[in-house]
Design a protein around this ligand. Sequence first.
Ligand code: FRU
Length: 503
Amino acid sequence: SCYRETYRPQFHYSPEKNWMNDPNGLVYFEGEYHLFYQHTPHDTRPDFGNMHWGHAVSKDLVHWTELPPAIPPGEDGAIFSGSAVVDKNNTSGFFDEEGSGLVAIYTNEGNKAQPGKPQVQSIAYSKDKGRTWTKYEGNPVLFPTDTLDFRDPKVIWHDESSMWIMVLAVRDHVEFYTSPNLKEWSFASDFGSDIPHIHRGIFECPDVIRIQVDDDPNTTKWILMLSIGDRNGVNPDDPEPPAGGSGMMYFIGNFDGKSFTPDETLESIDTIKWVDYGSDFYAAVTWNGISNEDGRKIWIGWMNNWRYATTLPSKEWRGKTSIPRELQLRTYPEGLRLIQTPINELSQLRKPILSLQDLTIKPGMNVLSDISAAKAEIIAEFEIGTAVEFGFKVRKSANQETIIGYNISNEELFVDRTKSSATDFHSDFTAKHKAPIKPEHGRVQLSIYVDWSSVEVFGNHGKTIISDMIFPDLESKGLELYAIGGELRLVSLQINDLVSIWG
Ligand code: FRU
């Protein structure tokens, strides 16, 4: 494939063919970043009874090489989401004298021949840099006690206790388990069962990380990140994520090797910290195995929403990832907040198109009327003036546009994709997504990533994010910078093309 089909992401990963959902087994090992993912290799729709771990590798998190599916289903059922670790000290005993290797920890879902079979956790190991995997003969390594929703193990190494920690999604809560060897797991604690009515469905794909506060190596906190699925809703009347359907929340707190204690108790939906206010960022998890010298926390999400995921208008494949994002924890007047910024490696794709500084933007003018782009990086800073709304229109033509705007009186960033797309493939897709964000020192900063079928908007240096898919015609390439109801100052603007990663 030349990766130039209609809607094909140009700087996001998507499989050459067929279905993908969650990223799985993210691990850095011997110079390669691994991206495994939920994949049905023979169908553009998800076949849950036949789910594989698809596989791609990258040296820079930007350019990816797709490899054959890594872990296929078998007698044990389909291979659902999970994680991978570098077993440095050979705690598993899988690697003998040969040294260290990779261990994958995943969920087996009962297949069609065995309906109602509970989900169990299994492991597999690889001695050849993730190319081939051997399922452990002692599988499964963890059984549920009383629920069918028991899945998506994320495993990390916990230094202080010299133990492996697993965080697992268990319907309306998560559970922590510990293990010395990845084969025997002991229950340690649960989190979330005592929080009433915070979501309408089930937790999926949890992750827990230790992270520096304000980049200070001596002060660290833990963040628990949770995806919320609205299938099999346990409380259909309860609130849902801001853009509806699949969404992600996070908690900041401490983890002692056994249990997670949040800094703040969650009293209502209004105090939930949302990872993304767009419709299309789900099941994100962080890379294991990034060295201490690098020290970055990086994650990637499935850029999609189960509400309409199976109906997307792309033909050859279905599903893609977000751009990889670096995570930080920063102190604000209102408290600590998770910051997400595109990884620095993306800057290698830049080809400058336009740069402007210190300009007054007035209603009726469009300083971008001479340029066009079907994909772009737009980095802008504005000083609030008398305008009541301002922003960019991207992927614009006579009858299509995606608006990325800021409403000053509501202090709201938004992406309006109601007129974005060629096809109206699902009623939940046509929407405007809003995120609360206040000007800082009278300014609003935006970093926007426009690809052939998506926009990701990072507000105020990664504090507030909106990620949305769009499906415009390739010919819809117009750009506009607009102001409504008054003027404002454009402090700076840089627009770059991002060269396709597919060469
Ligand atoms: C989340 C999810 C996971 C599950 C996988 C199945 O999107 O539902 O909970 O492991 O997808 O493909």
